[in-house]
Design a protein around this ligand. Sequence first.
Ligand code: FE2
Length: 509
Amino acid sequence: MNAPVDAPIARRRLLTTAGAGLAAATLTPALPARAELAADPFRLGVASGDPDATSVVLWTRLAPAPTDASTSFGMRGQGEVPVTLRVATSAARLAEERTCLRVETHTAVQSEGYSVHALVEGLQPRTRYYYQFLAGGHASPVGETRTLPAPGSLTPVRFAVINCQNLVEGRAELHFTAMTDLARHHDVDFVVHLGDYIYEFGRAAHLPPEPVTNLVGYRTRYGQYKQRESLRELHRRFPVFAVPDDHEFFNDVRGGNLGARPVRWNAALRVYWENLPFRNRPEQDAGGRFWMRLHQRVRWADTLDLFLTDIRQHEGADGLLGAAQQAELLEFLDTSDARFTAIGTQSPMSSWAGRGGMWRSHPGVRRQVTDRLLARKQADPRGFNPVVLAGDLHCGMVTHVQADPDDVASTPVATEFVNAAMTSGSATNWEQVLAAGDGGPGFLAAYGYTDGGGWNQYNGLTVHTVTGTSWTTTYHLTNQIRDPQGGMSGTRTWMLRHGARVGSVRSTG
Ligand SMILES: [Fe+2]
C-alpha cells in the first residue's frame, strides 16, 4: 500500500560511495540487488538535472508497471530496493565497474515512489558524463549529461525552453512532436522547463480518467506521461532545470493562500519531486505543509545569468514570489554581470489586449523589477542586456516588457520571448486579438494556437543560443501534434545583439 499522504519523506540513504579519482582497484564493490524484479523497473527512464560546474543530480524511479497503482506500480510493496548507479566518461566505460568513475548504491523506498535522486559531486566543468542504473537484475537506458562551465570565459550556450505538455484531448492523444525533434536532431546544453509538466485534470484518454488529487493519482499520471518515448528521450539526453506552473498541482493554484496542511498540494509537490531530477527536496513545515526551494539561478560562464522564478508556490497574500524569492530576484538584477541577464518565468511580464498575466496582477513587484531593468540599462547601455523568457500563454510571442504595461509609449525594459506550448491549446482567440492590433505595447510577432481553426496552429518550443556578442532565439514550430509520426512545420528566428538598445530585436528568418 502507499504511504499516507503526509508521511515524512525518508532521507536519502547512500550505502556505499566510491569517491572520484580513486584507483579502480580500490572501488568498493556495489551491493548486489537483493531481489530480482520480474519486469523491467526502468520503464520511466532516467534523467539528469540541476547541474552546476562540478555536480549534477542523476534520477530514476522504479516502476515495472507505471500506471498500475494496485501493485504499487509493479513494486508490490517492497519497502526498500537497492539501486546501483554507474557514472563514466563514455557509454562504453559503463560496461564494467573498473572503468567507471563512480559506482554507488542508493536505496529506492516506497514512501518516495521508489525514486532515486543521486547528487554526484566532484565532477569537471563543461564535461559530458554517461550514467546507468542497475536494479533487480535489470539495467536502465544509458543517460548522458553535462556540467556547466566555470566562470571566467565567454563559452557560448544553447538551451531549449519547454512548457505546457497536454497529453490528451478528450479520447485522442496529443504528441510531443517538437520534443521528439529536439531529442533526435538537435543538441542543447540543457533544457529549461517552465511548467505544466503534467496536467492534472481528467479526460477520457487520461490515466486515471478523472482529475488526480492524491499520491496514487499523481503517480499514475506521471507514469502515463513518462511512458512517452519523447519525454524519456529528452531526459535521457539533456540535463533539465524545472520550475512548475499551476497544473503540476491544480488549475490556477495560488500557493500563498493554501493554509496549513493542504492535502492535495502536498501530494502534488511530493510526486513532482519524485519524478524530476531535483537537487532540493520537499520539506514539511510545522503546520504540515510541504515546501520546496524551486526558484534558482543558472550561471553559464560569463555569458548568461538566468534566474528561474517559482510563482505558484508563493503567489497570494505575500505577493507574487514571496518575500525571500523577491529579495533574491532584485539582488540578482542589481548584481548580475554576465553578457546577458535573463529571467525565466511562468507568466509573461508583457501585456497584450489590455491584459496581462500574473505579473500585471502584482504591480508592486513588477514595478520593482522594471525599475531595476531600466536603471541598469541606463547606467550601462552596452554592458547590460536583459531578456525575459515566459511560458503559460499557449501562444509564442516576440514582444517587450514595457516599464508601464498600459503605456505603449513607455520605455521597453526587456525583450520578451513567450514560448510556444508543447501541445496545449488556448481558449483565447489570438487571431482576433492580434487582428485587432491588440498585441500590446512592444509586440512584434505571434506563433500561436487557436481552437478556432484556420489560423497558424502552431505548437513547439524555443531554442536559445547565447554568445558573448548575441542572443538568438529560434521558435521550432509544428502543426502536427495529433500525428504520432508528425514532423516539424518550420522555424522562425530572432536575434538581439549584445550592447544594442532594448527594442532592437530583429527577425532573421
Ligand atoms: Fe499551460
